[in-house]
Design a protein around this ligand. Structure first.
Ligand SMILES: [Zn+2]
Ligand SMILES: [Zn+2]
Length: 372
């Protein structure tokens, strides 16, 4: 079928809407009518060519929600009419990582995602005979998306789809980093560096975990205000060396946990300086390919740890429905992080806002009626 989709032709060229051809779902795949999609910093990294060569032409968009329209012969987990949020790691449940209980690191999913293909290594997207890549196996800046069945996670239909659109990346990643990686405990002190779409979810996760102190750090006063309304107890408006002193002072010698949600060597260094001996730094931000990060090695003697995380380091198929329930009970405020709404033609402008650090999250409303 013909669909409208936002296509990255090559880095440096504006992402623009084109009519492209979408093939029907194969046996283990589903066709989803997209209601809404969130614009994430990873889309900027992809659009700017910072995640490696050859990742174009590509239909972008990896966090979104919609309604299942058709399913392949072997699909039983979802049926037409179901509301779903996309997960961009459709775990195979059979590889070494999956069997070790780390489905976020599913090996075939990682391999095909990097190639821009679905789980069988092929694409359903093309234009004028040319194959298009599926952005992070999702490609949901489009009217319809064909994804692996495991990438369409069923959610309660009561949750408005424009809010559910945020679940599959920012929310899973931010709250997963708190719960599954740092395992923040009641009364712990937490520092969050970078309070955009994902950073605000880290703040929320820390509040839900019962953190005693949540220090939010950002250069943008608006982002800090949003962090405050979501549970930050203190805010620091800088992004330079003074940050470390300020956080140490506020937390009486350093935080128990620091989350870096920017993806730059400087802010990772700040996060390292902001934790106390025995504390840990979790790097949630996406660092461009080829960029090195360094910290003063002597400080490993203080039992500090520095670790990474991918996609919340949990199981999205389990976490997404649970987070959707939290959103329904009001414990998780999804609407509050949305600063802009646009349509498919507004994707490039939304990427521009993220490049300049303006606003938290743009939601692309693909289908007004479905989005709610
Ligand atoms: Zn994302
Ligand atoms: Zn796997």
């Amino acid at each position: 079928m013909r669909i409208r989709a936002a296509v990255l032709r090559e880095p440096g060229c504006p992402v623009a809407v084109e009519e492209v051809e979408l093939d029907p779902p194969r046996a283990d795949e589903v066709l989803v009518r997209v209601a809404a999609a969130g614009v994430c910093h990873s889309d900027v990294r992809l659009a700017d060519g910072e995640l490696g060569e050859g990742r174009w032409p590509m239909v972008l968009g990896h966090e979104g929600a919609g309604v299942v329209e058709a399913v392949g012969d072997r699909v039983s987990a979802v049926a037409p009419g179901d509301h779903v949020a996309f997960s961009f790691v459709p775990a195979c449940r059979a590889c070494r990582a999956c069997l070790a209980g780390r489905p976020n690191l599913c090996e075939p999913a990682a391999r095909h995602s990097l190639a821009g293909m679905l789980m069988d290594g092929t694409s359903r997207l093309h234009a004028d005979g040319e194959v298009l890549q599926h952005g992070l196996m999702t490609a949901c800046f489009a009217e319809r998306a064909v994804v692996a069945a495991a990438a369409a996670v069923k959610i309660p239909p009561e949750l408005p789809l424009w809010q559910a659109a945020l679940l599959g990346c920012g929310v899973v990643t931010g709250i997963g980093a708190v719960r599954n990686v740092a395992r923040v405990g009641r009364g712990d002190s937490v520092c969050v560096i970078g309070c955009g779409g994902v950073g605000l979810q880290v703040v929320t996760g820390a509040r839900l975990a019962g953190a005693g102190q949540i220090v939010a750090v950002d250069r943008s006063r608006e982002n800090l205000e949003r962090a405050r309304t979501r549970g930050a107890t203190d805010v620091v408006e800088t992004g330079d060396e003074r940050t470390v002193r300020a956080v140490r002072k506020l937390t009486g010698g350093g935080a128990d946990h620091a989350f870096e949600v920017v993806g730059s060597p400087e802010t990772i260094r700040l996060a390292w300086g902001a934790v106390r001996p025995g504390g840990q730094v979790v790097v949630v931000g996406l660092v461009p390919r080829g960029v090195e990060v360094s910290v003063p090695g002597i400080e490993f003697l203080s039992d500090k740890s520095l670790r990474g995380t991918y996609y919340g380091s949990g199981d999205a198929a389990r976490d997404i429905p649970e987070l959707a329930e939290l959103a329904l009970t009001g414990e998780l405020d999804l609407a509050g992080v949305v600063t802009h709404r646009t349509d498919l033609d507004g994707v490039e402008e939304a990427l521009g806002r993220l490049r300049h650090g303006n606003g938290a999250r743009t939601v692309v409303i693909v289908d007004e009626e479905l989005a709610g």
